[in-house]
Design a protein around this ligand. Structure first.
Ligand code: TYM
Length: 350
C-alpha cells in the first residue's frame, strides 16, 4: 500500500467544479516571461472559471529573503497581477502564507510523495547547484508544497510557463497516489497544466539558449515589468540576433534560437501566431523588425509598469485586496484540508 506509485495516466474520476490556481514567487522583479507565460493567461481565465492567484511567499523563503523586504515584494506581485488586468472581484488574490491550509496539506503530501520522485526534479538541481548540502530542506520539498497549493483548491487547471511542467506532473502523481492509498477515487483531480502559446517559454535577450529569468545577472537579458519605455526599446535594440533576415516559414526559423525568441515574443504580445508574424516580416532584417517589436513591447508593457507604480503608491488598498482574497481562499481550502485529514485518519475533534 505505501509504495503504490499511481501512474499519471489513471483516468480521473473527479467530478467537482472546474477551478484554476496559479502562483508567482515574491522573490524579485517580474519580467516579460512571467507576464507572457503566466499573467496574460490569468486575465483570460478569470472570465471563464473560478480563479485563485496567490503570491507564494512560503516558496520564496526556500532561499534567503530579507524579512525587511518580503512584505513589500509580496505587495509588488499583487500590484503586478492587478496591473496586468486581474480583477480582484473576479479572482481571489492572496498571500500563500495567509491561508494555513497550504502548509498543512503540504505536510500530508510530504508523506505521500516518494524521495525518488523529488530526486528527479530538475529545478532543485539547477537551484541548489554545487551547494546541495547547504540548500534548505524546503528547497528540496518545494514541488510538494506546490502540489498542495493546487490541490487544496482541487484546481483542475493551472496556467504556468513551460518551466513548471515537471512540477505539474508531480502534482498529478501525488493526487493519484493519495486517491489510491486512501481509497478515495476522484477525491483530488488530476490537474491539467495550461502551457500553450508562444509565450510559454520566453528566452533571455542575450542568449537564446537560456530562459529569461529574474536571477540572470545581466539586466539586459530581460524586460522587467517596471522598465520605462526607453529602457524597453534599448534592451530590444541590443538583443542578440544573427545577421540573416527573418525567414518566411517556421521550419527555417528552427535552429535560430535568438530570432525564434523575438518572433515568439512579438507573437505573444500581439496575440497572433509565429507563422502570422513571419507572414508579415519574413524577408526583412532585424533593422526593421526590432523597431516594430520595440514599439509593440512599449505599447503593451509601458501602461502595465505605470499602473504598477500607481498601485504601489497605495499599499493599504493592496492589503485590503489581499485580505479579502485570503478570506475567500480559506472558504474553499479549509474544508478540503478537513476532509483530507479525515481520510488520513486523524482525530476528528477540535
Ligand atoms: P515563478 O515565480 O518562477 O514564475 C511565475 C510564473 O512565470 C512563469 N515563467 C515563465 N514563463 C515563460 N517564460 C519564462 N522565461 C518564464 N519564467 C517564469 C513560470 O512558469 C510561472 O508560471 N513554482 C512556481 C510558483 C508556484 C506555482 C504554484 C505555480 C508555486 N505554487 C502553484 C503554479 C501553481 C514558480 O517558481 O514560479
Amino acid at each position: 500500500m505505501t509504495e503504490t506509485p499511481a501512474p499519471a495516466t489513471t483516468p480521473s474520476a473527479y467530478s467537482g467544479p472546474d477551478r484554476v490556481l496559479s502562483g508567482v514567487q515574491p522573490s524579485g522583479a517580474l519580467h516579460l516571461g512571467n507576464y507572457l507565460g503566466a499573467l496574460t493567461k490569468f486575465v483570460r481565465l478569470q472570465d471563464e472559471v473560478e480563479c485563485f492567484f496567490c503570491v507564494v511567499d512560503l516558496h520564496a523563503i526556500t532561499v534567503w529573503q530579507d524579512p525587511a523586504l518580503l512584505t513589500a515584494q509580496t505587495r509588488e506581485i499583487a500590484a503586478a497581477y492587478l496591473a496586468a488586468g486581474v480583477d480582484p472581484k473576479k479572482a481571489a488574490i492572496f498571500p500563500q502564507s495567509a491561508v494555513r491550509a497550504h502548509a498543512e496539506l503540504a505536510w500530508i503530501f510530504n508523506c505521500v510523495a516518494r524521495l525518488g520522485w523529488l530526486d528527479r526534479m530538475t529545478q532543485f538541481k539547477e537551484k541548489s547547484g554545487k551547494n546541495k548540502e547547504r540548500s534548505s530542506v524546503g528547497l528540496y520539498t518545494y514541488p510538494v508544497l506546490q502540489a498542495a497549493d493546487i490541490l487544496v483548491y482541487k484546481a483542475t487547471r493551472v496556467p504556468v510557463g513551460e518551466d513548471q511542467k515537471q512540477h505539474l506532473e508531480l502534482t498529478r502523481d501525488i493526487a493519484a497516489k493519495f486517491n489510491n492509498d486512501f481509497a478515495a477515487p476522484g477525491f483530488f483531480p488530476l490537474t491539467e497544466p495550461l502551457i500553450d502559446g508562444p509565450g510559454a517559454r520566453v528566452m533571455s535577450l542575450r542568449d537564446g539558449a537560456a530562459k529569461m529569468s529574474k536571477s540572470d545577472p545581466s539586466d539586459n537579458s530581460r524586460i522587467n515589468l517596471m522598465d520605462d519605455a526607453d529602457t524597453i526599446a534599448q534592451k530590444i535594440r541590443k538583443a542578440r540576433t544573427d545577421p540573416e533576415p527573418l525567414p518566411e516559414d517556421l521550419e527555417t526559423l528552427k535552429g535560430r534560437a535568438e530570432a525564434d525568441n523575438l518572433v515568439g515574443i512579438y507573437a505573444a504580445l500581439a496575440g497572433i501566431t509565429k507563422a502570422e508574424v513571419l507572414a508579415q516580416y519574413g524577408g526583412q532584417g532585424f533593422g526593421s523588425f526590432k523597431p516594430a517589436l520595440a514599439d509593440l513591447a512599449v505599447a503593451v508593457m509601458g501602461p502595465i509598469g505605470e499602473r504598477m507604480r500607481r498601485l504601489m503608491g497605495d499599499p493599504a488598498e493592496i492589503d485590503r485586496i489581499l485580505a479579502d482574497g485570503a478570506e475567500r481562499a480559506r472558504i474553499v481550502a479549509d474544508p478540503v484540508v478537513e476532509e483530507t485529514k479525515r481520510l488520513v485518519g486523524f482525530w476528528p475533534g477540535r
